[in-house]
Design a protein around this ligand. Structure first.
Ligand code: MRU
Length: 325
């Protein structure tokens, strides 16, 4: 299964808004369709939107072959479709740097990024599983947040790829998927992926995480990142910081798994990263039903910042970073 790919001259994605009930593929043929899919989270997860952005430039290079101003504007709109994950801007710039070579060169650059992300997932799974075994011993009970599996990358995944690799090795104790309010990437997507992998799991509300850690039911937290800053601050789905505080209080490791394409050496720390604010309705509704009284207002940061001093290790495709070493 590939979350995103280039098929017969268009971008094809698994529509993540429809999961877990409906498995459908969307075919994106214009820049506007790619941007809309990124913003609606039909394609989501830092590495996946990096590839989506790069393939979006490949579409732009064809769509606006004779309109240089429109092409420049399309590239900018793709780059800024979502602000927080560094992979998106990076993926768009990688593909755009090949624009001088024409549409085929842009597509080749985007496909090279896709292939690099697939290889990264495989490398992180091995390195991460080795590290978890060292830090937690055999049969660790892990808590993960948001969705970091093949859906968030191209295939494989980051943190969930490590979970899958531990399972393959026969060295996984248990997995708790934190539901990930408000859009339920954990309950909808991680649970769906774990089921397909044949891995037993439990879903917990986000607020239960730190308590389950305090009660001794979790051996480590393992999750992904949308941006890793130069000092080791980790930007990830809102709720990650609470799990990091819980892990520190319980004295268990907090492990981040992210490809080098998510590591942003140009951003010194988390303070300056733009955190995406999403629509109030995502918080004020549960599914299609309103859950707050009419007139209620909401604040909806999609990500948070976990300071480096709460991070035990960051596993990438090429190294293990220990921000506090
Ligand atoms: O808003 P989303 O669903 O795109 O957020 C995704 C996350 O926060 C993931 O944890 C992160 O991208 C790491 S995925 C490999």
């Amino acid at each position: 299964m590939r979350t995103i790919d280039w098929v017969d001259g268009a971008v094809e994605i698994i529509d993540q808004t429809a999961l877990p009930d409906t498995e459908r593929t969307l075919r994106l043929t214009t820049v506007d369709e790619v941007i809309d899919a990124i913003q609606r989270l039909a394609v989501r997860g830092a590495p996946a939107i990096g590839v989506a952005g790069a393939l979006g430039v490949a579409i732009a290079a064809r769509q606006y072959a004779d309109e240089p101003d429109a092409l420049t504007s399309a590239v900018l709109r793709l780059e800024t479709a979502r602000p927080t994950a560094v992979n998106l801007a990076r993926g768009v710039r990688t593909a755009a740097s090949a624009l001088g070579g024409g549409p085929q060169a842009v597509l080749d650059a985007a496909l090279a990024l896709r292939d690099a992300e697939i290889a990264s997932s495989a490398a992180m799974a091995e390195r991460g599983a080795d590290l978890v075994a060292v830090l937690c011993g055999s049969a660790p009970r892990l808590l993960t947040h948001c969705n970091t599996g093949g859906l968030a990358t191209v295939t494989g995944g980051t943190a969930l790829g490590v979970v899958a690799e531990l399972h393959r090795r026969g060295g996984l104790g248990a997995v708790i998927a934190s539901e990930t309010r408000p859009l339920l990437q954990g309950a909808r997507l991680t649970a769906w992926e774990l089921g397909r992998l044949g891995i037993d799991y439990q879903v917990a509300v986000d607020g239960a995480g730190p308590f389950l850690m305090a009660r001794g039911e979790v051996d480590a937290v393992i999750l992904g990142a949308d941006r890793v800053c130069a000092n080791g601050d980790v930007i990830n789905k809102v709720g990650s910081y609470a799990h990091a505080l819980g892990a520190r209080a319980a004295g268990i490791p907090f492990i981040v798994v992210a490809p080098e394409t998510t590591v942003d050496e140009h951003t010194p720390s988390g303070e300056t990263v733009e955190i995406e604010d999403r629509a109030a309705d995502e918080v004020l509704h549960f599914g299609n039903a309103r859950s707050a009284p009419p007139g209620a207002r909401a604040i909806n940061p999609a990500f948070d910042v976990t300071p480096y001093h709460l991070v035990t290790a960051i596993v990438t495709d090429t190294r293990v970073i220990e921000p506090n070493a």
